[in-house]
Design a binder for this molecule. Structure first.
Ligand code: MTE
Length: 327
């Protein structure tokens, strides 16, 4: 994969997005898949990508502009990752384990209409349409670092709002100590879930105080537009101080629960993927170092920062905890 710094790309080189996505589908459909990339699924050491032909994937409706956005809190002024990289180098195992599988196959997922079940320890459980969920929330531009457990990182301009603002509307009871999230699980729309790589649906969870921190974000867009399917349309979590696998995509259920909920990667390999998964250069993954990271679009590697550079905002949440044990 040839990666250029955003500043090195001339406007004349920027491919029209629809053309770009069509070209990716064509390449896969013609059997010229990037075979070397498939199978490098570092998270689980998974083998090959899915065999489904891309020619059967309908064109994804293009992202739509999100108007009336205001600046959100904690944004970085670091250079943003190129849109082309952020939308083509993805982890979304429901569509395959290759980095380019989601951009090719996620068009199979129908994101309209969409609804989310809110249940568990709260006063206002129910099944809510996406429109009802989002209606009261002003949309913010939140430019955050994303650090994957695989030791690569990006800077993404998300569009969204604080998760806590949404959670409060459903009036969690005092018994709600954790919040659990689940992704859509439909083999018709998601070829990857036909293989039991993970115990589907993909699930994640946060302690309630983590979920209420204003940095924890529900994103509906990126780069000023609605989320592309491969990035978790229409609604995903973004928890920038944790490894990227906590940032669950395409959410269909949010549950207030008493006990720490089972989560996808932690259940599969608890010694490799902790429940907390706070970015921590002092605790290596058993199979690779976490001290440095490759920022997509840059040459060389940079230091990984505790809590992905958000220690000032969130370290207090973990005061008194042994972060080597609770990794
Ligand atoms: N959510 C679901 N449902 N399925 C996934 O496979 N992968 C996670 C996370 N959310 C994943 C997911 C991982 S490992 C990462 S690093 C981020 O999504 C990647 O987000 P991105 O593809 O938008 O960069």
């Amino acid at each position: 994969m040839l990666i250029k710094k955003p500043g090195d790309i001339k406007p004349s080189e920027i491919t029209d997005r629809a053309l770009y996505l069509d070209r990716r589908r064509f390449i896969r459909g013609a059997g010229l898949a990037v075979a070397g990339i498939a199978g490098l699924g570092l998270l689980a050491g998974c083998e090959g990508s899915d065999a489904q032909s891309a020619s059967s994937v309908p064109p994804t409706p293009g992202p739509r502009p999100i108007p009336d956005r205001r600046p959100g809190p904690y944004s970085t002024d670091e250079p943003e990752t190129a849109w082309e990289d952020a939308t083509s180098y993805n982890n979304f195992y429901e569509f395959g384990t290759g980095k380019d599988d989601p951009s090719v196959f996620a068009g199979l997922m129908k994101t309209e209409p969409w609804s989310v079940v809110i249940d568990g320890e709260c006063e206002r459980p129910g099944k809510y349409t996406l429109e009802d969920l989002l209606a009261p929330h002003a949309m913010e531009d939140r430019i955050y670092r994303l650090r994957c457990v695989e030791a690569w990182s990006m800077v993404i301009p998300w569009v969204g709002f604080s998760l806590g603002d949404l959670l409060k509307r459903f009036q969690p009871t005092s018994a709600a100590r954790y919040v659990a999230f689940a992704t859509l699980n439909d083999p018709e729309q998601m070829p990857g879930v036909r293989r039991r790589i993970l115990d589907w649906p993909y699930r994640e969870g946060l302690r309630i105080d983590e979920a209420m921190h204003p940095l924890a974000t529900l994103a509906v867009g990126m780069y000023g537009e609605t989320l592309p399917n491969q990035n978790g349309a229409p609604l995903r979590l973004v928890v920038p101080w944790k490894y990227g696998f906590k940032s669950i995509k395409s959410i269909v259920r949010i549950s207030f629960v008493r006990e720490r909920p089972p989560t996808a990667w932690n259940s599969l390999q608890p010694d490799e993927y902790g429940f907390f998964a706070n970015v921590n250069p002092a605790v290596d993954h058993p199979r690779w170092s976490q001290k440095r990271e490759r920022r997509i679009g840059e040459w060389g590697r940079r230091e990984t920062l505790p809590f992905n550079g958000y220690a000032g905002e969130v370290a207090d949440l973990y005061r008194g905890m042994d972060l080597r044990k609770n990794f």
